[in-house]
Write a protein that binds this ligand. Structure first.
Ligand SMILES: Cc1ncc(COP(=O)(O)O)c(C=O)c1O
Length: 337
């Protein structure tokens, strides 16, 4: 499938078909594709690439200030996860990680090690770091293993099918972490920035909270936010930043990020309301992170773009732009009913 144009909630394919986009490009286009404020912000930038960790552009500094906590920036969602897990090792000296079945945290080796998708892990098993202790998502893992430096958890699991944990699950994890001094890493790369109707889901419980996807408005940008005071200091490891990327803090991505951080908080009631329409049509999940049984190919034939989800790919997932209108919602749900 080749995309020729993407605007708002619609995608035009190279063969001329126009689709209603319920993917938002894997949840990235929170403000809609080609959002005019984001395009304007990009055009206005005086620096399009600076010097990564050696020199921020002014706009990168402004983005850091607009985030609710001190943060280490990354490029992909996986980077934010990697930063969070490395922070736990630096802060506790303990290499073990508690993770959950059905989790998706990214595809680089460290994030892959904690990902619950067996078929992604298996080909690279000899190289995966650890130890990783895997528990059932939604259940109390009990006292944490002695070597565990952190627990990593999605507030609502995304890729495995918009799985909402039972009430009190994250609080239980917080308590288990407090018993041993392990860090609670909340991976809100998918669920965060408004997608489940909250800006920073789990912020009241997290030691580190990861965001990505929507943050750069379509350009790659992620962040690990340090909610426990002083965690950023664990990264003072010498004159050089020992975990960095050429494109870290990209000015265009940060300029878009400022728009996202300004616009999305005004949309949270609307996200919850639109999410209710999905719930009434039998979609599980929270806010606009939704899934149900279905066939992405059949949806495509009806003019609606969704992606397969679930551990075995038997679900379809809806993560539309948060700007989806009532008319678009009605049209999508009608076509898929
Ligand atoms: C919860 C979660 N964490 C991390 C990632 C990895 O993000 P990226 O693909 O940008 O590396 C994803 C991607 O879907 C995700 O859903």
């Amino acid at each position: 499938m080749i995309w020729a144009r993407a605007e708002g909630c619609r995608v035009t394919l190279a063969d001329g078909r126009v689709l209603l986009d319920l993917t938002g490009g894997f949840g990235v286009a929170a403000l809609g594709h080609r959002n005019p404020r984001i395009l304007k912000a990009w055009r206005e930038q005086e620096v399009v690439h600076a010097l990564g960790d050696l020199a921020d552009a002014e706009v990168t500094l402004r983005l850091r200030e607009a985030l609710p906590r001190p943060a280490k920036l990354g490029v992909t969602g996986e980077d934010a996860v990697e930063i969070a897990l490395r922070t736990a090792l630096l802060a506790t000296g303990r290499p073990g990680i508690v993770a959950f079945d059905g989790a998706y945290h990214g595809s680089g080796l460290l994030a892959l090690a904690v990902t619950g998708f067996e078929q992604f892990r298996e080909p690279f098993a000899p190289w995966l770091p650890g130890p990783v202790h895997r528990f059932v998502y939604g259940q109390d893992p009990g006292p944490l293993p002695e070597d565990a430096g952190c627990v990593i958890v999605e507030p609502v699991q995304g890729r495995s099918g918009s799985r909402v944990p039972p009430e009190g699950f994250l609080e239980t994890l917080r308590r288990r972490c407090d018993e041993t001094g392990a860090l609670l890493v909340i991976d809100a790369v998918f669920a965060g920035l408004g997608r489940v109707g909250e800006m920073w889901p789990g912020e009241e419980l997290a030691d580190v909270l990861c965001v990505g996807k929507a943050l750069g408005g379509g350009l790659p940008l992620s962040a690990a936010l340090f909610y426990r005071d002083g965690l950023e200091e664990t990264w003072q490891l010498g004159p050089e930043d020992v975990y960095t990327h050429t494109h870290v803090g990209n000015p265009l991505a940060c300029a878009a990020g400022l728009v996202v951080l300004e616009e999305v908080p005004r949309m949270l009631d609307r996200v919850r309301e639109a999410g209710e329409c999905f719930a009434q049509a039998g979609w599980r999940g929270r806010g606009l992170l939704r899934a149900r049984e279905g066939d992405a190919e059949k949806a495509l034939e009806r003019g609606v773009l969704v992606v397969p989800a679930g551990l075995d790919g038997s679900l379809i997932q809806a993560t539309p732009p948060l700007t989806i209108t009532d008319a678009e919602l009605e049209e999508a749900l009608d076509k898929l009913s």
